[in-house]
Design a protein around this ligand. Structure first.
Ligand SMILES: *Cc1c(COP(=O)(O)O)cnc(C)c1O
Length: 228
C-alpha cells in the first residue's frame, strides 16, 4: 500500500474510533511520526495532504525542517536533552516530551531569549515503568501549577508512552489514567489542559476512545522502520 492509502486508512480508523466514543473526528490530530524516514518519503505524505509530523531526534529535525515546505508543523516527541533545547525551539511548534521541571524552565527561558512562544505537554509515566522517561503522577501533581505559569512555554496537556504491549486492551487502563489525571489537575489547578497525546500505531483507536486529542502514528503510515 502507498503512503497516501495508509494515511486514508489511519484517518478512517481515527474517525471510526471517535464516532464510537461520541467524539468528533476533528477533535483528534494525527501526528505522522516520520523518524528515520528521509525527506522524499515524508514528501509523499505532504503530497497526500498531510501537514503535521513528529520526530524524536533533534538531528533529524535539523535536516528535515529546512528541506521541506514552510507550512508544515513539526512536533518533538522524544526525550530532549537540555543541551539541545536552543536548537529544537525554532524547529518545532510543540514539544510532547517535557519530562522534568528543569527542562520546562530551560525551554521557557530559551524561548523567551529567542523571542518565541512554544507549546508543550508534560510527559507522565502513568504506568510507573522504570524504563520510561516522564514525571511520576505525584511529581506532575506537584509541578503543574508552577509550570502552567511559564510565559513562553505554554503547557497544554499531558502525554504518555506506555511500554509496548501487543494487546491494546492491556494499555487502555494507562490511557484512562492519563485522562483522569488531566481532569483532576485541570480542576485542582484551575488551568486548561485540552490536550492528551497518547496512542501509537498498534493502539491509537483505544487511545481515542479514552480521550486522545493527538495520536502519534509512524509505522502504520510509513511502514516498518529500519534502524540499520
Ligand atoms: C516512534 C514513536 C511513535 C510512533 O510509533 P509507531 O509504533 O511507529 O506508530 C510514537 N511516539 C513516540 C514517542 C515514538 O518515539
Amino acid at each position: 500500500m502507498s503512503i497516501s492509502e495508509n494515511l486514508r486508512h489511519v484517518e478512517n480508523t481515527i474517525a471510526e474510533a471517535a464516532n464510537r466514543s461520541g467524539r468528533r473526528p476533528d477533535e483528534v490530530t494525527l501526528v505522522a511520526v516520520s523518524k528515520t524516514w528521509p525527506v522524499e518519503t515524508i514528501q509523499e505524505a505532504v503530497e497526500a495532504g498531510h501537514r503535521v509530523f513528529g520526530e524524536n531526534k533533534v538531528q533529524e529535525l535539523e535536516q528535515k525542517v529546512p528541506a521541506m515546505a514552510e507550512d508544515l508543523q513539526w512536533h518533538a516527541i522524544g526525550h530532549l536533552q537540555k543541551n539541545k533545547v536552543r536548537k529544537v525551539i525554532p524547529l518545532c511548534t510543540m514539544i510532547h516530551s517535557i519530562d522534568s521541571i528543569g527542562l520546562a524552565e530551560r525551554v521557557d527561558r530559551i524561548a523567551g531569549e529567542e523571542g518565541r512562544g512554544i507549546e508543550g505537554l508534560l510527559q507522565v509515566n502513568v504506568a510507573e515503568d522504570d524504563a520510561k522517561f516522564g514525571f511520576s503522577v505525584a511529581e506532575v501533581r506537584a509541578a503543574v501549577e508552577s509550570l502552567a505559569e511559564l510565559e513562553h512555554l505554554r503547557i497544554l496537556g499531558l502525554m504518555t508512552v506506555p511500554a509496548f504491549d501487543p494487546e491494546p486492551e492491556n494499555v487502555r487502563p494507562h490511557f484512562a489514567r492519563l485522562r483522569e489525571l488531566r481532569d483532576e489537575l485541570a480542576e485542582s489547578a484551575s488551568i486548561s489542559l485540552p490536550h492528551l497525546s497518547m496512542g501509537m500505531s498498534h493502539d491509537f483507536p483505544v487511545a481515542i476512545e479514552e480521550g486522545a486529542t493527538l495520536v502519534r502514528v509512524g509505522s502504520s503510515i510509513f511502514g516498518r522502520r529500519d534502524y540499520g
